[in-house]
Design a protein around this ligand. Structure first.
Ligand code: ADP
Ligand code: MG
Length: 686
């Protein structure tokens, strides 16, 4: 129970994930009020500079111009004049802004209205200089949070400090860092506190990764012989020469495969940069040494896509490929390469002969599945496929004894694993998230590509976007239209997509051949649809985000993304990667709601996409807009626990944590408990 907090507030705090005192202590302010200049209403100037005004409410109204948008407008007066102050989507405020209420507002003047960023009603201190600002919700106000966190701070010293003495003596103690975080005297004070907490979480992460590296060095994998006849024929089969980057990745993979310890390598590169070509090479290396390869994808659609891609070259090479998903189950026994979703590992397929496993888009997997895959190869001759690899690998991930145990039972080998990701990751982040992996990077796509031209229009002008799209169709090209993202069930997404396709067939795309692709289609239907689109029997593919990855049709040169403001930056970049795959100039048209309705971060995302097609640059930008914790989704190893780190500026701290981590692998103390908690949590979650 939190001290001095009633049951109602406790419940509301719990909804924000703030159930304990340490949750409160570690709830990071997302910013601090800067020192804002106090201005008379008559002297307000338009601009981005944040200023403060004080006055009294004259009257308040709420407008609802459309569903999901509420605008509170309050006329504010001081001795110099009056101004209309505006809040978006905080309708509950209206009843508090009664005439006569004294307010202090911080914000800026935009089109003769004062856009409010923070506010005090009747003398509360929310707009004070350096006051911490926590993400506000209707349930718990910033003011309430400041109050309960202030009280929690009295108990900060009761919690153990995971950073061992002598490791970071130049940084403040944990309790002092927490105090500085929540009640800083100066901005520097807050920053020092944050850095101390960042170091702690980086240390925990690096010690966990160091454990994994050590564990893996103790595992065994089949050492493969030199590249042979089959991969030789594969190279000859390719209608192009491999780029320098692809060749280097192959070299690095070959070196890993020759060793008797499991490869754990990340193959990183933009969409369309040629990773799959390299991945197939790795799979064929397993086949030519008399073993199997497995390719795992996060979704059925993607698994099918891969299957379609691999099928043809493999047929020419005389290599048998099987597709294994929830709905399609080819016979895996005779296959030399297995392609599937993680059902592959979860529904009891015997993977004992798999020497090379490729895990695509691995950030979509929990670490647990990664580990389970690594564990699956070692089930040989024990309990068979029924054994519980996740449990075993859990033990392996959280301590040395797990590995000993596993080897004792199985005496077996772990497969070599190649992780593929098309999400470009800033280097510092890669060190953190994939700190236990080696990295191969395909830094440049094949030379014949032109960067996609991106434009952004608002809903009112979407007619122009469709006009442009029809021009491409009339010139014999093909197009994608991506449906709005609705965060509901797959079924309702599918239904909405059906309605949208119908609307387009009657409207903007009348007279064109329009196909509809969504996650609810049966695999056979999806395959048929893709085959039709590839064969140019369809002009337009209306799709949900299922086309995000894997679809490869070079004749498709234009894409419209509807309600683009609802998508994440990385996701939009991925979507955009579906065009620009041939030598033609391609276009991506982002359609969003009106600018006034967009959040700052939505604006920043759309602007970034228009400005750049460089995935690494965009990833950096995303990092800036969103903060580290969410870049790859909260399931990513350790990342969800990076609350204080700013990788862009904390590189030195990261390197320092990495340096000491190896010496702390066996350290016994609160640090160890914290590593167990973070890493065990990660693995179980999957
Ligand atoms: P990724 O898996 O990184 O998205 P793919 O391996 O699927 O990329 O390759 C994308 C497209 O580029 C495919 O059509 C592939 O045949 C082609 N491609 C791959 N490597 C090269 C290359 N070196 N030169 C020309 N085209 C290539
Ligand atoms: Mg591909």
């Amino acid at each position: 129970m939190l001290p001095g907090v009633g049951p109602a507030v406790t419940k509301r705090l719990a909804k924000l994930g703030l159930g304990t005192i340490s949750d409160l202590l570690e709830h990071r302010p997302h910013r601090y009020e800067s020192a804002a200049e106090e201005v008379r209403i008559a002297d307000l100037l338009a601009g981005e500079q944040e200023v403060a005004i004080s006055g009294e409410v004259v009257r308040t109204t709420v407008r609802r111009p459309r569903r999901r948008l509420a605008i509170v407008q309050s006329r504010i007066a001081d001795e110099s004049g009056q101004i209309t102050a505006v809040w978006f989507n905080q309708a509950w405020l209206a009843e508090k802004l009664t005439p006569g209420t004294h307010v202090r507002l911080r914000g800026h003047l935009r089109r003769n209205e004062f856009n409010v960023r923070s506010y005090d009603l009747n003398g509360a201190s929310a707009t004070a200089d350096f006051a911490p600002v926590y993400p506000a919700t209707e349930d718990v106000t910033v003011k309430k949070l400041r109050e309960v966190i202030g009280r929690a701070l009295h108990q900060a010293r009761d919690f153990p400090d995971p950073v061992p003495a002598g490791v970071a003596d130049d940084l403040p103690l944990r309790a002092d860092a927490l105090t500085a975080l929540h009640v800083p005297r100066t901005p520097d004070d807050a920053e020092l506190g944050r850095r101390r907490l960042a170091f702690e979480e980086l240390l925990v992460l690096q010690v966990g990764l160091a454990r994994r590296r050590r564990d893996r060095e103790r595992e065994e994998a089949p050492a493969l012989s030199e590249p042979g006849e089959l991969t030789g024929r594969y190279r000859e089969l390719l209608p192009f020469t491999l780029t320098m980057h692809q060749e280097r990745a192959i070299e690095e993979i070959d070196a890993d495969l020759a060793r008797p310890t499991p490869m754990e390598r990340l193959l990183q590169g933009e969409v369309g940069s040629g990773k799959t070509v390299v991945a197939l090479y790795a799979l064929l290396r397993a086949v030519e040494s008399g073993r199997k390869g497995a390719l795992m994808a996060p979704t059925e659609t993607l698994a099918e896509q891969h299957f379609l891609t691999l099928e043809e070259p493999c047929r020419k090479l005389g290599v048998e490929v099987a597709l294994l998903t929830r709905s399609v189950k080819d016979d895996p026994a005779s296959a030399q390469i297995l392609v599937g979703t993680h059902a592959l590992i979860q529904e009891g397929v015997d993977l004992t002969e798999v020497a090379v496993a490729v895990v695509d888009e691995q950030h979509r997997f929990g670490v647990g599945q990664r580990r389970a895959l690594a564990g699956a190869g070692s089930q040989r001759g024990v309990n068979g496929p029924q054994a519980e690899p996740a449990a075993l690998s859990n033990a392996a991930a959280s301590g040395g004894s797990g590995v000993e145990q596993r080897r004792a039972i199985t005496g077996g080998c772990t497969p070599h694993v190649l992780h593929m990701t098309a999400t470009p990751i800033p280097r510092t982040l890669a060190l953190t998230v994939y700190g236990d992996l080696q990295v191969s990077e395909i830094a440049k796509p094949p030379a014949n590509r032109k960067p996609v031209t991106t434009a952004w229009v608002t809903q009112e002008r979407s007619g122009e976007a469709y006009r442009r799209l029809r021009k491409h169709l009339d010139a014999g090209r093909q197009a994608y239209v991506v449906c709005p993202l609705i965060e509901e069930s797959e079924t309702s997404v599918a239904r909405a997509a059906e309605r949208e396709a119908e609307r387009l067939r009657e409207g903007e795309l009348k007279g064109y051949r329009v196909g509809l692709m969504h996650g609810r289609l049966r695999p056979a239907e999806r395959r048929e649809l893709m085959a039709q689109f590839k064969a140019r029997e369809l002009d337009v593919l209306v799709a949900t985000t299922v086309i995000e990855v894997g679809v490869d049709v070079p004749n498709a040169t234009i894409m419209i993304v509807q309600e683009a403001d609802r998508f994440g930056l990385a996701q939009l970049h991925q979507l955009r990667g579906r065009v620009g795959r041939g030598a033609e100039q391609s276009y991506c048209l982002l359609v969003s709601r009106a600018k006034e309705e967009l959040t700052d971060s939505a604006l920043a995302r759309l602007e970034a996409l228009v400005a750049s097609t460089d995935g690494f640059e965009l990833a950096e930008k995303d990092l800036e807009i969103r903060g580290e914790g969410q870049l790859l989704g909260s399931r990513q190893a350790g990342l969800s626990d990076l609350r204080f780190t700013r990788l862009r500026s904390d590189r030195k701290l990261l390197e320092r944590a990495r340096e000491v981590a190896d010496t702390l692998v066996d350290y016994d103390g609160p640090l160890n408990d914290e590593v167990d908690r973070v890493f065990a949590g990660q693995d179980v979650q999957a």
